[in-house]
Design a protein around this ligand. Structure first.
Ligand SMILES: [Zn+2]
Length: 267
């Protein structure tokens, strides 16, 4: 693993991994986990790192799903930690469609939790994030300019991944999910064409270590091959589960608009 100016920490959250990058003068939190992961993050900072929560200088959010930004607004409210996310992130859960979609996404997160034998816990969180910093493709992270955000739509329309060129660390969020050594797509993939381009884009970064929200860390793997495999896998026909999750994931007004536009273009 290449030398990095920070120490990486991984917390085993409710249904996902949470990554903290610890610098001497501050901490970068990559996604906040679920709402009920807040005490885990608090305990980790205070007891393991022995640093106050205010030492977290930024929460970088990959997308609006409950296991990625569920705790962000509360961490900001309690400790004044600013949030950075894609500039269109707050379009995702707007209006009635957004209310319904967030509810369905929380149900699906709970379904994953049950599958992992986790107890029921509160997952509700604010639908509108109001990020303090709005990110675009290729932007350096505020306060941590050695990290870059890259826009990789497909799973949603506002997904970001975060890359640290010097160390070769790439936080891929949901781009690749690893289950018992098997590399899987996130559920849902709403826009397969965009997802294919996103895999190409991630591969071009030539990262040496992938940090996965679901499935831990992939170090020293042949990442070009892995991203090509993920892209190629998009051509496989959907199974019953992927079809069901897709049907439950089309209520965000932004997603609907885009899907309708695609349908019109095809007809
Ligand atoms: Zn997700």
């Amino acid at each position: 693993m290449s030398s990095a100016p920070f120490k990486m920490h991984q917390i085993d959250g409710y249904i996902e991994s949470i990554f903290l990058m610890e610098y001497s003068d501050g901490i970068l939190l990559l996604d906040s986990g679920c709402y009920n992961d807040i005490p885990l993050i608090e305990n980790y900072c205070l007891q393991v790192l022995r640093r106050p929560l205010q030492d977290i200088r930024l929460i970088a959010i990959s997308h609006m799903h409950p296991d990625h930004c569920g705790g962000a607004a509360v961490l900001r409210q309690k400790y004044g930690i600013p949030i950075a996310a894609h500039h269109q992130v707050d379009l995702w859960y707007t209006g009635f469609g957004g209310v319904l979609q967030q509810l369905l996404d929380r149900c699906m997160a709970f379904f994953v939790a049950r599958h992992k034998h986790r107890k029921w816990q509160r997952l509700s969180y604010r639908r509108i994030l109001n990020p303090d910093y709005l990110l675009d493709d290729g932007d350096p992270l505020p306060l941590f300019p050695d990290w870059q955000a890259w826009h990789v739509p497909g799973h949603t329309l506002h997904d970001l991944i975060f890359f640290h060129q010097q160390s070769g660390f790439l936080y891929v969020a949901d781009l690749i999910c690893q289950v018992r050594g098997d590399h899987r797509h996130p559920l849902p993939i709403l826009f397969p064409d965009q997802m294919a381009a996103s895999y190409d884009k991630a591969a071009a970064l030539k990262a040496s270590t992938l940090l996965l929200a679901h499935g831990g860390i992939i170090a020293d793997a042949n990442n070009a091959e892995l991203f090509a495999y993920m892209k190629n896998k998009l051509l496989s026909p959907p199974n019953q589960m992927t079809r069901r999750v897709y049907r439950m994931s089309v209520y965000s007004p932004e997603a609907r608009k885009k899907l309708n536009r695609q349908r019109q273009e095809l007809s």
